[in-house]
Design a protein around this ligand. Structure first.
Ligand code: SAM
Length: 300
């Protein structure tokens, strides 16, 4: 086919001339190389073109590998290293996430709190009493740093946002002095207590290890470091472990345990409230759709 194209280009040339003089001339070699390429090169060209088209299409559709790649590698990572609190004022957690580019790979807030889960709707209600009052907020599980940024945007400028993660590759937010990334295993009580020192938290969100034993260990270490008016949240708690709540978490406890349903069917959000938690205010409780867990051997 290529030879035909070359033939038509040279127009009046005779077949014998193409096979001999023209075929062996430098000009013909250049034309063949330019127009036809070699077999493997042509295949490689088609593959690259295919990738490029898929890549551009997925960026346009804001889905798929291309989009995730651009968001994660170029934009999300870059924006996290450079991040400082924006100074914008937000009325709710949802407003921040909805105002940002959506999705777990979002440029602005790479988190699954409003995609796979719908926790942000509950957080709008539960966190409202803390938005302008919290001094120290802790989240277990930093991952891509999206939720740490989310908290930094949501709470007042004076609040400190602490993130704990076992993975030293998680973001550190070097430009924002009110965000502290702490690298440790939250199973390790001694390390956690040493890192926290005399800090007491207004809100703790456990979105870390997600295994029952680890959630329980982290809770035992960190719940006593919660302010009496505080709120302790456990994300992605598996429904099939709910029976253990009464047995372990709630034993002899005067705290209130609530189960909040989630759009991810097999998991729930746990809200654990000390008796004087601000999340027990009527403005919160009448808006929340949640289920109280009764402690074993006592009235809820
Ligand atoms: C679900 S991700 C956190 C997502 C993040 N909070 C967000 O909303 O974007 C869970 C994180 O917990 C961390 N993790 C798992 N086990 C841990 C442990 N034992 N101690 C501390 N961090 C742990 C993982 O490294 C991972 O980054």
């Amino acid at each position: 086919m290529c030879a035909d194209r070359v033939r038509s280009r040279i127009g009046r040339a005779r077949d014998e001339e193409i096979g001999q003089d023209f075929h062996h001339s430098e000009e013909s070699k250049r034309m063949f190389r330019w127009q036809c390429g070699s077999g493997p090169r042509r295949v490689a060209g088609l593959v690259v073109a295919g990738f490029l088209l898929t890549f551009l299409f997925s960026i346009r559709a804001q889905a798929g590998f291309g989009y995730v790649f651009v968001q994660c590698v170029f934009k999300a990572h870059h924006s996290l290293d450079d991040y400082t609190k924006s100074g914008a004022e937000y009325g709710s957690v949802s407003a921040i996430v909805e105002g940002a580019d959506k999705g777990w790979a979002s440029i602005d807030f790479p988190t699954d709190k409003a995609t796979r889960h719908n926790y942000t709707r509950s957080y709008d209600i539960l966190l409202a009493p803390y938005q302008h009052t919290a001094k120290n907020v802790l989240e277990l599980g930093i991952k891509k740093g999206g939720s740490i940024k989310l908290w930094r945007e949501y709470f007042d400028a004076g609040a400190f946002i602490y993130g704990m993660d076992i993975d030293h590759g998680c973001p550190t937010f070097p430009r924002d002095g009110h965000i502290k990334s702490i690298f440790l295993d939250t199973n390790n009580r001694e390390d956690v207590l040493k890192a926290v020192g005399d800090i007491r938290f207004d809100v703790i969100v456990d979105d870390g290890c997600h295994t029952n034993l680890c959630i329980w260990k982290s809770f035992n270490t960190l719940f006593p470091l919660l302010q009496p008016h505080g709120l302790y949240l456990v994300e992605d708690y598996p429904k099939y472990f709910l029976y253990t709540l009464e047995k372990y978490f709630h034993k002899n406890s005067s705290n209130q345990f609530y189960i909040v349903g989630d759009r991810a069917d097999e998991e729930v959000l746990l809200a654990i409230l000390p008796p004087s938690s601000w999340a027990l205010q009527p403005e919160v409780t009448r808006k929340m759709s949640w289920k109280l867990v009764k402690p074993i051997g006592g009235e809820a």
